[in-house]
Design a protein around this ligand. Structure first.
Ligand SMILES: Nc1ncnc2c1ncn2[C@@H]1O[C@H](COP(=O)(O)OP(=O)(O)OP(=O)(O)O)[C@@H](O)[C@H]1O
Length: 265
């Protein structure tokens, strides 16, 4: 890092730092110079039209895919420069919730939550049992959901169970991919509220891909918009003043106006 790149004293070091990211699939260029900083303790939403590379960017940040060029640091480390053990230790510091909850169907909710605790810790089984029960309660599931299998839960409960699993290791960062997709508006609002309250009480940094304008208004501090293969970042108020056509249509369109009215903006 050169002196020019060093943060000013007292400035908050980004917890996720993306520089000059390029993603190509054959001749298709998905990202072409994406720069992004996510600051500790903020909730950042990632939006963009279909196929603009939201999921790919998320997968690259968590190390599930390799970008074609550029640099990604999470919690101050570039995952590509780490050995296997260090990489696993770093990954244990964040949780991920994929769209479908990504629960193991052959395991109960409690067993699902225990998977990473068993993989990453030497805690005794009775403590692991207790932690799993606490996580079930934290996400607002009743205790009797714990021994159930994913197929025995509603869609909203499965999402909560997935969230409980992603919180198992007390992560510092929570990555969410379309957390409210498939939920009805009331279920989606309740899930947003849950994420917001967990973020505040646990001091989490949240990075979420979403199409849900209500979520953006309800819980996001800043929003990253993928347009023209790059990212434009701002608060909702800042983005409302942007005159890029896609951003203008998205935030000033009918759904944007409804979400804004609901939030009293
Ligand atoms: N493994 C892959 N191989 C080739 N192309 C891929 C691969 N993964 C994604 N793509 C392409 O990259 C582009 C971005 O995909 P991505 O899933 O990130 O879009 P998205 O913004 O999340 O879209 P949506 O909102 O529709 O889910 C798409 O054109 C997709 O076809």
């Amino acid at each position: 890092m050169t002196d020019a790149e060093k943060p000013a004293q007292g400035a908050t070091e980004p917890i996720i730092r993306v520089r000059g990211l390029v993603t190509r699939f054959g001749a298709q260029v998905v990202h072409d110079g994406v720069d992004l900083d996510v600051t500790k303790g903020e909730v950042m939403g990632l939006v963009g039209g279909s196929g603009t590379g939201k999921s790919v960017l998320l997968r690259e940040i968590v190390g599930l895919m390799e970008p074609s060029a550029g640099r990604i640091e999470v919690l101050g480390r570039d995952t590509r420069e780490l050995g296997e053990r260090e990489r696993l230790a770093l990954q244990a510091r964040w949780g991920m919730l994929f769209q479908d909850g990504a629960l193991f169907s052959s395991l109960t909710v409690l067993e699902n939550i225990q998977v990473s605790l068993k993989e990453h810790t030497d805690l005794p089984q009775d403590l692991i049992d207790e932690i799993a029960r606490v996580k079930v309660a934290m996400v607002g599931l009743p205790p009797d959901a714990g021994p159930k299998y994913p197929s025995q839960l509603s869609g909203g409960m499965r999402k909560r169970a997935g969230l409980a699993r992603s919180l198992a290791m007390d992560p510092e960062i929570l990555f969410l991919d379309e957390p409210t997709a498939g939920l009805d508006p009331i279920g989606a609002a309740a899930f947003d509220e849950l994420i917001g309250s967990l973020q505040r009480s646990l001091g989490l940094t949240v990075f979420m891909v979403t199409h849900d304008l209500d979520s953006l208004y309800a819980i996001c501090d800043r929003i990253a918009v993928l347009v023209d293969k790059k990212v434009v970042v701002g608060t909702i108020d800042e983005l409302l003043r942007q005159d890029h056509p896609w951003i203008r249509d998205y935030f000033h369109g009918p759904r944007g106006r409804a979400a804004s009215a609901a939030k009293g903006k």
